[in-house]
Structures are given as C-alpha cells and as structure tokens.
Design a protein around this ligand. Sequence first.
Ligand code: ASP
Length: 343
Amino acid sequence: MSSALKILLIYTGGTIGMVKNYESGSLTAFNFDSLLKNIPELNQLDCKIDHISFENPIDSSNMNIEHWVELVSIFEDNYSKYNGFVVLHGSDTMSYTASALSFMLENLGKPVILTGSQLPIGDLRTDAKENLITATQLAALQENNEPVLQEVGLYFEYKLYRGNRTTKINAEHFEAFNSPNYPELVNSGVHLAINSQQLFKRKNKKEKLLVHKQMDRNVAILKLFPGISKDLIAAVLNTRNLKALVLETYGAGNASTEDWFIKMLKNAIENGLHIINVTQCSAGSVVLGHYETSSLLKKIGIINGKDITTESAVTKAMYLLGSEVSSMSFKTIYETSLRGEMS
Ligand code: ASP
C-alpha cells in the first residue's frame, strides 16, 4: 500500500464509538480526535486516515432518511479526495443503511465499508478494534491503482459482506450479521481471502458517481401470519399516500388463497400500489407460481422480490419511488438487480 492513500472515517454513532469510564463504569461517546491515540494499530496501516463525525452521533435505532442523505452528501463532497470510506454505525439498523446507500450511490467506484461492534471500543473484550482496523484495511485495498472493492460492504467479525445482502441476526454474538443468499466478499483469517468472482462490477467504468438524495418514505412492510385479520390488512393498504408495500410471505412466496385476501391485494394493485413479494424465510427465494398459493399473487401483478432481503426491498422501493420511475416500468425495474441486491 502506498502512504498516499487516504481514507475517510465517518462516525454516525452506535456502540462502537463508546469508551468505558473505569472510574464511573459508564459508557460515554468516544472523542474521535484521539482515535489514533486509542487505536495505535491504525498507524500501522500505510494510509492517511481523516475522520468526521455526525454533529450529534445517534443510536442507529434513530437512523432515518435525513441521515442517509447526510451520509451520501459527505461521500459526494469528498469522493475525489479519498480512496475509500469507512462508516462507523450502530449495528441495529446497519443493514438498512448499507442497503439504502447502495441504491443512493450509483456507479460507485470506491469502497464504502460499514462497520460497528457489539462491545464499545473502550471495552476490554471489544470486537470494535478488529472490525475497525480490518474495515479500514479493506477500504484501502488497491490493485493496479484501482480500489479492489467498488461497492457498499459491511464488515463484521472477520467477514466482509455485500451490504445490501445482509441482515442482523444476533444481538448477543460477535457474529451479528449474515448474508444468507450471497457469499462473503472477503474472509479475514491469517490472510484476507478475497472472493474476487463475487465482487460487484460496475457496468461502465467511465460513468461518474451519481448521488441520489430523493428517498420516498411512503412505503410499508407487512409480515403475514396465519389468522391475520382483514382489518389489519385494510388498515395497511389504506394508509394515506402509501405507494409501495413489501409483503413478507411464507416459504417460496406463498400466501393465503382466500378470496377476500386476494381481492384486497388485487384492488390495491389496480389502484396503483406496488406490492413486492419477499419471503419471511431467512434464506431462499420467492418462486412465483411454484405453488398454487403463489400463482394467484402472480396473476394479480405482484412484484417478485426473488431473494432480496426485507431491508433491501424496502430501501429499493424508497429509492425507485424517489427516482420517479414511471408506474408502468416500476415492476420491471424492481425485478432487475441494480446493485447486486438480488440473484
Ligand atoms: N443500539 C446500538 C445501535 O445500533 C447497537 C450497536 O451499536 O451495535 O446504535
């Protein structure tokens, strides 16, 4: 690595940025000015690390569209100045942010690596140091003067995943994330094992970064369960201004074939609502028409979410609605993989 490499570290909040005050025993926000002092190992990476922090760092449960816009604006302003970006983020909604950023950053040619930790950086048994050090190292990886990674990734507990394929699966273990439908991009062991075949390849390298800042919040997620009431479904479908609904169905995209249920969905679709079928299974794919219980959904024009995660499904809907994709082409574009988010 050449020391001319520059990485921008962006702190949004979350457990990773806390230190333990051993006198009081409480956790307090980390002062990023003393980052290198607290993690001297970062000095061994042959790159210059600058950092900025959200003015008011947040627990990621407070993450919202405005924060995503703030983040992409930071990338936009600093894109040409840095070789890679590391985003420190609370783990709770990290998969949503990683998915949203992947859509908001079109033609991304540099790494944006999200990471965080289960234990604060100042804790004795912290997982923060390894996560931060390796995420930074990954953001600085170059080959033939080009960044090796040119997508939004999520690094946690020795694995780099494609961000929009991840989901948080554990609130206790250090291995907090999973990418059930897509292999890891990098495994960190004694060496960094890069799964080159799986890296996202931009279609046209000459295209410049396009930053999208319009995300439409008129979306919803509805998880089906046996016994779900008409009233609940009606309440969701009649939500004012609702434009897209991510419907978490069973197994390979199956749902009740009861008349009232299908009719309600059919009417909503005819009235312009985009309904996206995703599976509530943690792995596998919707296969519309595989069972009779999904044939009717196919017939009424439900959108096939294939093997997309719910996190990606909802942020993709926000992005496409914000991009004002025409109603006619929404389904076709939605069913196309834009950033490697579906197979
Ligand atoms: N509640 C925290 C957050 O998501 C947990 C974490 O940082 O991992 O901000």
